[in-house]
Design a protein. Sequence first.
Length: 407
Amino acid sequence: MLSTLPQGTDLDTTQIRLAIRGLHPQLIHWRRQLHQFPELGFQERLTADLIHRTLQDLGIEHQTEVAKTGIVALIDSGRPGPVLAIRADMDALPVTEESEVSYRSQHLGIMHACGHDGHTAIALGTAQYLAQHRDSFRGQVKIIFQPAEEGPGGAKPMIEQGALDNPRVDGIVGLHLWNNLPLGTVGVCAGPLMAAVETFSCTILGRGGHGAMPHQTVDSIVVAAQVVTALQTIVARNINPLEAAVVTVGELQAGSALNVIADTARMRGTVRYFDPKFQHYFAPRLETMIKGICEAQGASYEFHYHHLYPPVINDPGMADLIRSVALAVLETPAGLVPDCRTMGGEDMAFFLQEVPGCYFFLGSANPRQGLDYPHHHPRFNFDEAALPIGVEMFVRCVEQFSAGWPA
């Protein structure tokens, strides 16, 4: 772990930037090729093949089929030093693209609506630069191309299959192109950056009947309505107001006719929080409320709860590294955004539980060009000028991480 950050560098800033800017056309080519042929989680065969062929052409050692479609590349400087991992996710979403760009998705109903095509292109550009400048750093760099971030989650199986071992990783970094921030900014903070992701489903079992004879029924919709309202009090009245948490019921389905009281109502929702202490809190609290309401109304229920991703928690020392790098890359303190936390989730969290690391946001929005639609929107797109900035961020992370070894 870095105890202090180096104040100087052996590499010329201008030369690094010019070399990376020279990669910009190639970065755009990779990104647009990936954008045209998006693939869902654990189905990224074409994506993995492009990465594999590119790494082969660059002479970079790599392992394929890690967690089905994942790839782990290793770039060795030939000199002793630490091992830094760079993680990039590569899956798309089940979204039908509405953009009219020339490189729009050719796979109906699937789209890179979250920027993972850009993440992969940035990682490939970083790999190319480092492979061609092995004398610019010490130790080794692992680049982890991860499947299935959008679901069901590829980080954990990659870890289980040794992505962080042989050689063992000392630190890890990753970025997310972020349309909530303008181009030319970096969002980073120590501690929690993104929330835990947990989901629940509940079926209320009542007794159906005629809409004009409610006394003969147990109205599942009425019971479900009370449940939805009561669940909102968990955060409002059970959680310290200085701590962040969310309970959202996103689906509620019941009934088939206006004059029929439904015998079942089904709901699904999500829970989000930053503090790991809540990991075992919400599931029993939700069920206690649901059980009490159902018993009071004469209904029964079925309840299921799933823990998907833990919160994304950045190591303070690695967050300092990213801040230092961002100030060098952006050349102005105004581009550094410290207040950037979000209740969105990410399975980068599993990597950060294993080794010290930092996940950060790279501003990618450009409203003047209409490149500011939100993530997961069918017209999502980002300013491709962010791609070389991402490469430079990673290259300088490698430079400073290896320069600070040993701590």
